[in-house]
Design a protein around this ligand. Structure first.
Ligand code: RB5
Length: 152
């Protein structure tokens, strides 16, 4: 699978390990940075991954910052992006099975490195269930295309 990945300064070490892990598992991984622990602004990096997913340059995205929150908020501004903040095995699995999440956001500060690796594996392996969940995803897309006008 083709992945796009990025972090801010807080997630940069974990990002390198995930790039290695996903590559070892046979995935094609594009690393959008950063490359050092120098302080950066998370939206700048969330935008790179979200654009890649939105424009179909990548099938899935991964974003890591201190809490995962800023990355998730930014990513969900992009058309077609369904970003999920996952913090355990259940949220990782359900984000795929029910929400067809295509961007995984995680906290570098609040969960262990081992759990981050496990969540990423689940996110990569779990299929969307479709059925009634597909109808709900279509409704999200409808909201996306009609939400530019306040009051509608
Ligand atoms: C950076 O200090 C921090 O705000 C960022 O990593 C993230 O937690 C934002 O949501």
């Amino acid at each position: 699978m083709k992945f796009a990945i990025a972090s801010d300064h807080r997630g940069v070490k974990l990002k390198s390990r995930l790039v290695q892990m996903l590559s070892d598992h046979g995935h094609d991984v594009q690393d959008f940075g950063p490359t050092s622990e120098e302080s950066v602004d998370y939206p700048d990096f969330a935008v790179k991954v979200s654009k890649a997913v939105s424009c179909k340059g990548a099938e899935r995205g991964i974003l890591i910052c201190g809490t995962g929150l800023g990355m998730c908020i930014t990513a969900n501004k992009f058309r077609g992006v369904r970003a999920a903040l996952c913090f355990d095995e259940v949220t990782a699995e359900m984000s795929r099975r029910h929400n067809d999440a295509n961007v995984l956001c995680m906290s570098a500060d609040l969960i262990s490195e081992q759990l981050i690796a496990r969540i990423t594996e689940i996110f990569a392996q779990t299929e969307f269930e479709g059925g009634r969940h597909a109808r709900r995803i279509e409704k999200i897309a409808d909201v996306e295309s009609s939400s530019d006008c306040c009051g509608s």
